[in-house]
Ligand binder design. Structure first.
Ligand SMILES: [Zn+2]
Length: 141
């Protein structure tokens, strides 16, 4: 580590300086560590591990905030809304059938997609070094 990096507050890490956002996205979509692609990024449903159990890369400081729910809602909406319109046009089910099918499908798809999308978002944020504590990774002049 150079003297300049020590003074800038950047932590020593085993992660490479050049990070591929696409590779980190692919690893994150598999809910794996964006750094090594082997360790799990979540310890529970969508609770981020503090650090990767395999490579030790710090993950707990990456904050995805509202981005994963936003992308999940957008994706599920583009599946459910055309489904509602298609079913109404093709076989016109009763109102009770709509009430029974679409909210349950919306909930199931949302819960199914959210961890994968959050993993992908965390991967891209990791690759772009966009962390909660920006002071640790200052922009160099
Ligand atoms: Zn790892």
């Amino acid at each position: 580590m150079s003297e300049n990096k020590k003074n800038s507050g950047e932590f020593a890490t085993s992660a490479p300086e050049e990070r591929s956002a696409f590779q980190a996205l692919k690893r994150g979509l598999r809910r794996k560590c964006p750094c090594c692609g082997t360790g799990n990024v979540f310890r529970k449903y969508v609770t981020v591990e503090d650090e990767c159990a395999v490579c030790g890369e710090e993950l707990g400081h990456i904050r995805a905030d509202d981005i994963p729910p936003y992308f999940t809602i957008m994706l599920v909406g583009h599946i459910v809304v055309p489904g509602v319109m298609w079913s109404e046009q093709s076989w016109a089910p009763s109102l009770w059938a709509h009430v029974a099918i679409w909210p349950a499908l919306t909930l199931a798809l949302t819960l199914a997609f959210l961890p994968f999308i959050k993993g992908g978002v965390l991967g891209v944020l990791w690759a772009l070094k966009m962390f909660e504590d920006e002071k640790r990774y200052p922009v160099t002049k």
